[in-house]
Design a protein around this ligand. Structure first.
Ligand SMILES: [Zn+2]
Ligand SMILES: [Zn+2]
Length: 123
């Protein structure tokens, strides 16, 4: 892992503005997960994720923590704005050095497109 301060700064937050974050990471690492759980949680076709360095991640505002059961009985923690219910990021004990942002919460999310897709349904 490179020094986190050599990574680009990324800023974002929830829809209502109660929760804001500053992260360090590369926007070209975004990916789209089309698994059934991501579809149900997002109410959409996929969720777009962006792993960033936990060491460079700072949040202002309170989030609600929601336990999220993963494969192999791992319990990840999803952080949600308690006011507007925007899903912001996930922490997974398998990857303590990373925070998985919901890439759509970046202020410049229009500049992010997924580098790859997971669990794309067969058509
Ligand atoms: Zn909010
Ligand atoms: Zn998924």
């Amino acid at each position: 892992m490179p020094d986190v301060h050599s990574l680009p700064e990324l800023v974002g937050g929830c829809l209502c503005g109660a929760v804001r974050y500053v992260a360090r990471g590369r926007r070209d690492r975004a990916y789209a997960c089309h698994c059934a759980e991501c579809q149900t949680r997002s109410g959409s076709a996929f969720a777009m994720m962006l792993p960033v360095a936990a060491a460079g991640f700072m949040v202002t505002g309170e989030t609600r923590s929601v336990p999220q059961e993963e494969a192999n009985d791992i319990i990840a923690t999803l952080h949600v704005c308690p006011a507007c219910l925007t899903r912001l990021y996930t922490e997974n004990p398998l990857w303590p050095e990373l925070v998985i942002l919901r890439a759509g919460t970046l202020d410049d999310s229009a500049s992010v497109s997924p580098a790859f897709h997971l669990w794309v349904p067969k058509v």
